[in-house]
Ligand binder design. Sequence first.
Ligand SMILES: [Zn+2]
Length: 446
Amino acid sequence: MTDRSPSEFWAQRQGLRSRPLAEAPAPDLRQERCSWTSPGSAQEPVAMKSNEFPTRTLYASRYCSDDRRRTDVFELLANSSGARRGRLHTGHGIVETPAFMPVGTAASVKAMDPGIVEELGARQIVCNTYHLYLRPGHRLIRELGGLHRFMGWSGSILTDSGGYQVFSHRSLLQLSDEGALFRSHIDGSRHLLTPELSVEIQRDLGSDIAMVLDECPPYPCSEEQAQSAVARTTDWAWRSKAAFEALAESGNESQFLFAIVQGSVYRNERLRSLEDLLKLDLPGYAIGGLSVGEPPELMLRTLEWLVPEMAVSKPRYLMGVGRPIDILESVARGVDLFDCVLPTRLGRNGAAYTLEGRLNIKNSRFKRDEAPLEPFCDCSTCQRFSRAYLRHLFMSKEILAAILLTTHNLFFYLRLMKRVRAAIEEGCFSRFYEDLVPRLAEPHGN
Ligand SMILES: [Zn+2]
């Protein structure tokens, strides 16, 4: 690490304070270093072998013989030590993968102007069908020109099916083969969410990627429960596909529908779910039902069973995951897409991610700390504000605290993904991984 104290480092940073963010040159990680070196490390980059691609048979698939490198929605560019570098082609631009998608639950990435989210490097966000259906309503959003226009976001949008929220809000009244009957958490009204309705809502919202309605069982659940959820998920996926195709003539031809693999942590159920869903030949496949309370090792073991069986040519999206360490571990196992509320939620709660551990700005040791949240961070928060000021804002319940901490946390996640992509391109992912794992492992300091 650096031999400078945080305050010396901060003093050096003062000169950068007046530089507008827009004038800062975009970092070209490939030019910066051929291979990953730790921030502040005196270690010299070592020559790495050039791109390891192509190894098209890396993921020999039992169920899917499709080993194309390019489909309408996804292009596989490179791989390194199991991690994949790809490109998602959506109706609202290209998303470089592995990618992290900030969550904009109610058509808003909380505390963030969408222009800033884009400036931070996000190209795709996730919005929640459940929330937008209940308020303000999908028909109103369609009437106002669709979700992109409504919320002023020009990048790509993925909408979930609404199912996860129905289950997690404890508002579920009755689950049947027809759909999920639930009570609105806003006004208590009753609604039946069916696969067909979910597709219709997402079509009205005009998202770039829509998800099928699935049954997400809790953790722990019995193998019988997992089995029944897999069967229902498959049935609902076929109904979703039929509804999606029936609506195909109503415009937004660039919308893609992704399937969701269930099966909890049971190997047979996961593989059966995947095998069933691959028959639908949808353009992308998500892994649902993880990060729902199971130990992280179990989640990773499940990925180790499942991911090698997934289609090489199609994007793999691990839903609702997660902590930076989970993302890194999952990228290493071949996952392409991630979303999680953690960087925004923790930002609002006064926590900041750094490569030295997670920092709780409420801690009294930051009262006189003039250092930025994270040394070597180029985000606009770290360029301009001290920990002491951020702590003051947070303790005074100033809205600006949430804005500035969320900005840093999103920057941290998006920078991590950018470095992940560069490391895969350069064929040095394993070295990057070895260096980052101990830094990202939790529990962090405070
Ligand atoms: Zn920062």
